[in-house]
Design a protein. Structure first.
Length: 446
């Protein structure tokens, strides 16, 4: 076919893109920082995260009790709390001051306070209160205390209702029908203990792919700029075919790396920790390809802001918890202010996390995540265009710098000055190398 002749435009374009891809792979595997981020961070972070959090729940959390009522009702309530999986009554305190000291000493992680009028209000059919105080150093402590006391409160409500109906002359099945007119059964097969990890593990895995890919690619971009080099500047033999081959060639390198990383993170890690995987494997793989492509062009676009190697960690490391929040896992999107909602649309993780949760955790199909895939494609096309614009602008800047260096050499020549010799006297061989790099604006290719 004429399209793939030896001297055809398409074959030349693909050859140059492959050359750039190979060069980018060489840069990745010869840079220690990039290897640590891509392979150590990208692969070990999800594993270590799950080891730290374990099964994502706390059993028999020690709590302190302040019972100011000392009645049969309060004792029954506390006995039921102690019988729950979530809480264990470790201390019976005289007052709140003693209980607060125990919490400060980390001997307990929660306090249950029962006021003195607890039984009196129940006897007069008034609303009684039970106050709980949780150690907020971990969300798991708050969850355990809240769930344990809530279960007991619901059970106590039924007990109190049964007593009232019995006093009114109802008993047995008649009282049961009045208390529970519509019977229901709880069935939570995949997460019966409401494990905290399972709730947002899917989002954490997808976010890890985006963040490590961005950090690694931005680290390499900053390294090149520190050396007066750039991924956008090219030798003469690669001029005249367009900027697309630079972007797609580099993207091919990261795609090859992250197909391997993403497969381990999205398939092996959930299997290793026995988390629910309810989606078809090929549907998850298709989502992963779209998502990685989006993350690559997103990283290329915003890495143009990175001028030094370490800048990426200073500026963007704090974004991880914010992006977790914006994914809609810890807070529903419907409750977002408009500003935060529009801001979340800038990041691939917003749609990638939701799609993976709907697909793998909720057991949906590829049709159920079409809206998220649509926006991922829109982001991919947009960031591909902006990445090309960034390459074009940087090439223009490099060209201007070459012209300036050439003008300086001509002026120095007129006055009999040797710029190479001056650079050697000032900075040694490194100074001469920097001067030559500025003259050539050379690309990091061998």
């Amino acid at each position: 076919m004429k399209l793939f002749r030896k001297d055809s435009y398409v074959r030349t374009w693909l050859h140059h893109a492959w050359e750039i891809c190979v060069n980018e792979l060489k840069m990745i595997f010869t840079d220690g920082g990039a290897i640590i981020i891509f392979f150590v961070g990208g692969l070990l972070y999800p594993v270590l995260y799950n080891f730290v959090y374990g099964v994502g729940m706390v059993n028999d959390m020690p709590v302190a009790v302040v019972d100011m009522c000392h009645s049969s009702d309060s004792r029954r309530f506390l006995q039921k709390v102690d019988a729950t999986r979530e809480c264990e009554i470790a201390y019976d305190c005289i007052d709140m001051l003693e209980a607060e000291k125990l919490m400060q000493q980390q001997k307990v992680h929660g306090i249950i306070y029962i006021p003195g009028d607890f039984s009196e209000k129940l006897a007069h059919l008034e609303q009684a209160t039970v106050s709980t105080y949780a150690d907020m150093s971990s969300f798991l402590y708050y969850k355990c205390l809240t769930m344990g006391t809530s279960y007991v409160m619901l059970d106590e409500m039924k007990t109190i209702q049964a007593e009232h109906y019995a006093a009114a002359g109802f008993s047995g099945e008649d009282a049961a029908r009045l208390m529970d007119p519509v019977r229901h059964e709880e069935n939570i097969p995949y997460n019966p203990a409401f494990s905290y990890t399972i709730f947002f593990l899917a989002a954490a895995l997808m976010l890890a792919l985006q963040q490590t890919l961005f950090y690694g690619s931005a680290l390499l971009a900053g390294t090149l700029r520190e050396q007066n080099r750039s991924f956008a500047s090219m030798p003469d033999r690669l001029q005249g075919v367009g900027m697309g081959r630079v972007v797609l060639g580099r993207a091919g390198a990261y795609m090859l790396v992250y197909i391997f990383v993403g497969t381990i993170v999205l398939f092996l890690v959930p299997w290793l920790f026995r988390y629910p995987q309810r989606a078809d494997m090929w549907e998850v793989f298709i989502l992963m390809l779209f998502y990685i492509a989006d993350c690559i062009f997103f990283s290329f676009t915003w890495s143009t802001l990175i001028r030094r190697r370490e800048t990426v960690f200073v500026l963007f490391l704090f974004m991880s918890p914010i992006l977790m929040f914006l994914s809609g896992v810890t807070w529903p999107e419907s409750a977002f202010p408009d500003g935060w909602r529009w801001f979340s649309y800038l990041f691939p993780s917003t749609f990638g996390c939701r799609a993976f949760m709907n697909l793998n955790t909720a057991g949906g199909t590829i049709q159920t995540i079409v809206p998220e895939l649509f926006w991922i494609v829109i982001q991919t096309v947009t960031y591909y265009m902006t990445a090309n614009i960034a390459v074009y602008i940087e090439n223009r800047v490099i060209k201007k710098r070459r012209e300036i260096q050439a003008a300086r050499d001509r002026i120095a020549g007129r006055f009999g000055l040797d710029r190479d010799k001056d650079a050697y006297l000032i900075g040694g061989k490194a100074g001469v190398e920097r001067l030559h790099n500025k003259r050539e604006g050379k690309y990091g290719m061998n």
